[in-house]
Ligand binder design. Structure first.
Ligand code: HEM
Length: 225
């Protein structure tokens, strides 16, 4: 254990970044719950003489609302990653991704046999790969989700997207497979979320820089140079 290290608190995440993180987190939790209901309805509405308790429609509406919230947040985050002037450190992580030395040190760090590598950017290569796969899952969920959407909502955006989405549906092998793909990608996201939370706790405990706090307050502790 290193003693007497001087630390200073610096801004790690701006407000917009933290907001989009939590908007995505809340929408993903909501989408997973409502999505599993749509896959296999696990509650039934109170018995009524008239068929007025359209519970499935209610779950589907919330699923679609949260789906569009997620789409908005993902578009914003993609823009932020590529274009934001002050976000150089996220993009610099690509440099470490192609550096075999950083790769081996990172794997060694997680096996508890070596020190954490010096990173050029915000993410180590394993982290970057995990986030990259997460974005692929998001793209799959958004495209398959929009195909399912145009089959349930036919006005406005539903009408506008109908023809292009039907073409993608055919390319993917039909609606039944689109639904399966949407469901399988959901499990991929669940796996990601479990590992993501575990890693956030791991980093907070072992690196002692307040990694978990940073996504709430925006501030992280760094060693003074
Ligand atoms: C993290 C993101 C998402 C998760 C975890 C998720 C999860 C799910 C699950 C598990 C189902 C049921 C699939 C089945 O029948 O087996 C479903 C259905 C559906 N999802 Fe998603 N979804 C996500 C994103 C989206 C997005 C972005 C949209 C687009 C707006 C969307 C629209 C739909 C629609 C329209 C259905 C079909 C509803 C029905 O059967 O009537 N989803 N989703």
């Amino acid at each position: 254990m290193e003693a007497n290290i001087e630390m200073k608190r610096e801004v790690e995440f701006g407000a917009a970044y933290r907001w989009q993180h939590w908007i995505r987190a809340v929408s993903i939790v909501g989408l997973t719950i409502t999505g599993f209901y749509l896959a296999m309805p696990f509650v039934t509405p109170a018995v009524n003489a008239e068929p007025t308790n359209f519970m499935n429609a209610l779950f589907r509406s919330w699923h679609m609302i949260l789906g569009f919230v997620l789409i908005g947040a993902i578009i914003y985050k993609t823009y932020f990653f590529i274009f934001e002037k002050d976000n150089e450190r996220e993009r610099l992580a690509i440099k470490d991704l192609i550096n075999p030395k950083v790769w081996s040190q990172t794997i060694g760090y997680y096996l508890l046999v070596s020190k954490h590598p010096k990173q050029s950017g915000d993410y180590n290569p394993l982290q970057f790969m995990a986030y990259f796969i997460f974005y692929i899952l998001m793209v799959i969920l958004i495209i398959t989700g929009l195909i399912l959407f145009v089959h349930s909502y036919h006005d406005g955006l539903g009408a506008l997207l109908y023809t292009p989405m039907r073409s993608i549906e055919v390319m993917l092998g039909g609606l039944a497979w689109v639904r399966q793909l949407h469901h399988i990608a959901t499990w991929g996201v669940i796996l990601f979320v479990v590992v993501h939370i575990y890693m956030a706790i791991f980093n907070s405990v072992f690196r002692k820089e307040g990694a978990m706090d940073a996504v709430f307050s925006g501030l992280k502790w760094h060693k003074k140079k």
